[in-house]
Design a protein around this ligand. Sequence first.
Ligand SMILES: Nc1ncnc2c1ncn2[C@@H]1O[C@H](COP(=O)(O)OP(=O)(O)OP(=O)(O)O)[C@@H](O)[C@H]1O
Ligand SMILES: [Mg+2]
Length: 281
Amino acid sequence: MVNLQNVFFDYGEGETLKNISCRIDKGEFVAIVGANGAGKTTLCKLLNGLLKPSSGSVVINSMDTRTTKTSALAKSIGFLFQNPDRQICKNTVREEILFGLELAFKDKGLIEERLKNTLSTFGFQGDSNPFNLSRGERQRLALASLIAVEPEILILDEPTTGFDYMEAMKTMGTIKELNDKGATVIMICHDMEVVLDFAERVLVLAEGTIIADGQTREIFRKEEALEQASVLPPQLVQLALRLGEGFEDVFSVDEMASAIINRMNKERTFEHERFSGLCTG
Ligand SMILES: Nc1ncnc2c1ncn2[C@@H]1O[C@H](COP(=O)(O)OP(=O)(O)OP(=O)(O)O)[C@@H](O)[C@H]1O
Ligand SMILES: [Mg+2]
């Protein structure tokens, strides 16, 4: 469980985070959204203990980050940096994946099995040099190394940036599998289609403050808060918002099709009643 109480943070140039309080329970899938510079990465670095709050408290599984070593926190938390090159430090894909596994486990059999499964799930060749991979592939390698360990809490700073649609869906599918096994996922994301498809809850951050926190569908209807955070809802939701009455529950193509058919049927019934009224009247 993650618990932030009245958290303020300051890099020394004024408050970057202001009075953040929120609780994230085990197994939740939470997205953090907001404009560039809103404080999303700073917030995630407070969650993994890389940064400590200027005031207030951050508690992860009963460990207060101010009094717990980052290495102890790292046993429960996997953190994907916004830039994969801050994460990757080995000369082969195999060594990179083994690095985290060997820190987390002693059992050689388990380590070998996790390595084999991770290479095959992500489609990597163990002997490849990470620095010959594309940026997207390096991002997937950084993520693969984290997922291999199956951390209790996975914090992801823009896991799909630079990915095409298929790459993004594949990566998100793997993250969702870990979430289905009980891991908590906290993900910064600029792609609202991905947020709608995968996150159950959304925190909206604007100028260092949480201005909205709720179920994903509920948040994508809060036009004012989204505008304040410079976030546009997914295109289908924008269309549903414009169409108004009868389209309140539309968040997918199927729901849009049903809502259009309902509206057409209503209009037909209305026309029919009007025509019958004209004939009998
Ligand atoms: N190491 C640092 N030292 C001083 N200021 C910093 C540092 N890192 C970030 N900031 C400032 O803190 C604010 C929040 O930055 P942060 O990186 O948390 O935003 P973000 O929401 O992750 O943005 P983006 O979407 O661009 O990644 C910005 O004004 C940024 O310039
Ligand atoms: Mg950031």
